[in-house]
Write a protein that binds this ligand. Sequence first.
Ligand SMILES: Nc1ncnc2c1ncn2[C@@H]1O[C@H](COP(=O)(O)OP(=O)(O)OP(=O)(O)O)[C@@H](O)[C@H]1O
Length: 296
Amino acid sequence: MEYVLETDQLGKRYGGRWAVRDCTLRLPAGRVAALVGPNGAGKSTLLHMAVGLLRPDAGAVRVLGRAPYGDTELLSDIGFVAQDTPLYRDFTAAELVTMGGKLNRRWDAALARTRLAQLGLPPDRPVGKLSGGQRAQVALALALAKRPSLLLLDEPVASLDPLARREFLQALMGSVAETGATVLLSSHILADLERTCDYVVVLSASQVRLAGPTDELATSHRQLIGPRHDGGPIGGVAAVVRASHTDRQSTLLVRTDGPITDPMWTVREPSLEDTILAYLTEGDTRASHSEWGVAA
Ligand SMILES: Nc1ncnc2c1ncn2[C@@H]1O[C@H](COP(=O)(O)OP(=O)(O)OP(=O)(O)O)[C@@H](O)[C@H]1O
């Protein structure tokens, strides 16, 4: 299966307002993909459609080639951790592992137990009495125990301190390398993603602004600093994603289609965070979408 998750002009409306609109995506197998965007961009709505909790109002979503809404068999192939990591609060993590074994056809209890033991969580404490970060770790261990083909995580690190965040993401990467799952995780914390993710989907105001592998993003974008530039072509620049100016100087984040040789410009490789932020800024972005397989 080339693509684990595919959407075609996918849309979801709440009342008269689109929460996700014209969303076309192809997430290749084996990727750890970040779904980034500001509050209200539509990230949770997209994930809920992917796991079959919401029915699309327009277009289509397919996981492993099947429409998830109403397909209960497909559920065994999808792991999902919702934003508030809902767990039965009166149960201990060990009891939840046992319960998972009874509720799932495919269940790797040993994987979950090993993970929980590594975390050093108090084994007999109900999860309702664990910290938010500890609960997130338990929820990840349970989701991994399903050995899903697609793992969807809605802001899994939001409640974690920086050290716990790093540990969580390392554990995630280790498990993914071992199980071969494809991951789509939403997050606001861009700095973490550069280390963890090899694919990025940027959502803003209900639409996909950018989607592609991070290594391609890195090679195809540059930051240019030079004398004030008020338009006009620049050799090697396919599109200006974002421009900021002072009276005498311009700083441009550009998508390239060749080397930039004009000595007028100082050329730097932007961080992934800078590139994502440029696409999140409304205004100059629309011209450059098509290159990434995204409708402008
Ligand atoms: N059940 C609902 N009823 C009505 N509107 C909703 C509902 N759920 C979400 N919305 C709206 O849909 C839009 C997208 O919401 P969504 O929760 O998908 O965004 P998000 O990117 O996950 O946001 P956040 O980062 O804050 O979690 C927002 O404008 C939100 O107010």
